[in-house]
Design a binder for this molecule. Structure first.
Ligand code: HEC
Ligand code: HEC
Ligand SMILES: [Ca+2]
Ligand SMILES: [Ca+2]
Ligand SMILES: [Ca+2]
Length: 468
């Protein structure tokens, strides 16, 4: 009895060891089979949604509290609200000069917009150094409706300021008319395949029928996607600054630089992160300047001269909250072998030196966005992108050839959300391949590597971008 029990125990022990070994083997094989270089599909951490439809950019972060979700939905209504000429019972205060009557009219389905009237913006300024004194600048600002956000930065153009409002309410005249035409150019991949590129030529006509004086610097921009921006705001300054390499000390040809911009709330020079040249420090200021400059809607940050404003704090804050709390769509096709190959090529071509895949958020006023591991594919820094993409219009520390690395998350949904929308700051690239082919300056090496790839490698890289 005793001995048989003993044997039985021994067998049991053996069986347990055997079972543990098998389980360990299985988990080991799972471990080895997993490609750990591939980020999981949770592009926005806990704020990620699984939605690859045309509504993919419009979802609230799924981890908001009930009260936060209520604010988000109120912000959604503010974002969609179409402003009208005063006096009116609701959404009053459009203009007198404006570009569009609503946020949603430019950021289509919370994604990008097109280089067309009503969606594109043209920023203008005089070359640095004009006019010389801030008193002269004040005089210029008196003569146009924009807020003097840029005081001490890009010198405003008399009668226009730093942004062309090409629409006006009844009784007023738009500052100018902007017409975009396209210039074509051609090139070849290393394998001989030809491609065609196009770049915009903006013809700007003043109300008197004359063109802008030739010394005026102009910069054409399309609306950026706005989802996931709270996460970008929740990244610590030091995380972004640690990615900067202004002197290119590691000699890889890439030298990201921070833009240092004016924060009107704290009245300090701080790190810029929003806009194509990272010239805006935070989402409150971005929203407030969009209201006043893009829609002519004065607000508590940019009030009328008498201190009153078209909208109150609550509207400004909920619209801002909306841009902070939109979910990031999850990646797709992460296990597709061609996508994995494309990701390898993305890293080999050093795209990831600027389009940094993984970042961490820090403490943040909205707990749902704090301490998240996210995959924006951006360093939020400025890079010299070469003369072909240059607007030649400096903006705070950004030179005329520098642009902020745009986040690539959600990129593959672009055409689903807005068919025929373009890429790059002015929407010139009709395809992702065209966007890469415009890269120059610090990214010239990456572009050359792309041009040398075989057709199937190029396709794999694009497929990877479309999986984001
Ligand atoms: C006339 C079109 C237009 C309107 C109206 C408009 N925007 Fe924009 N928005 C743009 C453009 C163009 C940019 C890029 C600006 C730049 O680079 O200078 C932008 C940038 C942004 C960004 C920065 C995103 C990033 O990644 O840097 C946010 C956030 C934003 N807009 C929110 C809003 C909100 C909120 C409203 C309404 C209060 C609004 N926008 C109204 C055209 C518009
Ligand atoms: C030196 C930094 C740098 C490198 C390297 C780089 N990029 Fe970019 N990328 C940028 C910047 C900056 C822009 C925005 C340029 C503009 O708007 O004119 C951009 C824009 C893009 C866009 C358009 C995004 C949009 O939303 O419109 C795509 C796609 C892209 N890059 C992919 C790549 C790929 C693929 C590679 C590697 C072959 C690469 N980039 C290498 C900095 C870089
Ligand atoms: Ca107004
Ligand atoms: Ca103006
Ligand atoms: Ca470097």
């Amino acid at each position: 009895m005793n001995s048989s029990l003993h044997i039985h125990r021994k067998q049991l022990k053996f069986l347990v060891i055997f079972a543990v070994a098998i389980a360990a083997g299985i988990s080991l094989s799972i471990f080895w089979g997993q490609d750990w270089s591939l980020p999981p599909p949770m592009a926005g951490g806990a704020t990620t949604v699984i939605n690859r439809t045309s509504r993919g950019f419009e979802q609230p972060a799924p981890n908001l509290s009930e009260a936060e979700l209520k604010d988000h939905l109120e912000g959604d209504r503010a974002f969609e609200a179409v402003f009208v000429t005063p006096p009116a019972p609701v959404n009053s205060g459009l203009g007198p000069l404006f570009n569009n009557a609503s946020c949603a009219g430019c950021h289509i389905r919370d994604g990008r917009g097109m280089p067309v009237k009503g969606q594109m913006l043209v920023r203008v300024s005089l070359p640095p150094g004009y006019p010389t004194t801030s008193e002269q600048q004040e005089v210029i600002f008196e003569s146009h409706p924009e807020a003097s956000v840029t005081l001490g930065n890009a010198p405003p153009v008399p009668g226009i300021g730093t942004q062309i409002q090409d629409q006006a309410v009844y009784g007023y005249q738009p500052e100018a008319e902007v017409e975009v035409s396209w210039q074509k150019s051609f090139g070849n991949y290393a394998d001989g395949t030809t491609y065609e590129l196009r770049s915009p030529v903006a013809r700007i006509t003043l109300p008197n029928g004359k063109p802008l004086p030739p010394q005026v610097l102009t910069s054409l921009r399309i609306p950026t996607p706005i989802f996931g921006r709270g996460l970008l705001e929740a990244i610590a300054d030091k995380t972004i600054l640690a990615l900067a390499d202004p002197e290119d000390s590691n000699k890889d040809g890439i030298s990201g630089r921070p833009n240092m911009v004016w924060d009107i709330t704290t009245q300090k020079v701080v790190l810029g992160r929003f806009g194509h040249k990272a010239n805006i420090p935070n989402l409150l200021q971005q929203t407030a300047s969009a209201y006043v400059n893009d829609m002519g809607v004065t607000n508590p940050l940019f009030p009328e001269k008498d201190g009153s404003s078209d909208i109150d704090d609550r509207t400004l804050n909920t619209a801002t909250f909306y841009t902070q709390t939109l979910a990031v769509p999850a990646r797709t096709m992460v296990d597709d072998p061609i996508v994995k190959q494309g990701e390898k090529l993305f890293n080999q071509a050093n795209c990831a030196a600027c389009h940094v895949a993984e970042l961490r958020t820090t403490n943040y006023k909205i707990p749902a966005l704090a301490h998240q591991t996210i995959y924006p594919y951006s360093d939020l820094l400025l890079h010299d992108m070469g003369s072909e993409l240059a607007d030649r219009r400096p903006d705070f520390a950004a030179t005329g050839t520098e642009w902020r690395t745009p986040p690539l998350w959600g990129l593959g949904l672009t055409q689903t959300v807005l068919p025929y929308s373009g890429y790059l700051h002015d929407g010139r690239a009709r395809t992702l391949a065209e966007a890469i082919l415009w890269h120059g300056g610090e990214a010239a090496q990456s572009k050359e590597m792309f041009k040398k790839m075989s057709q199937s490698d190029r396709d794999a890289l694009i497929r990877f971008l479309n999986s984001l």
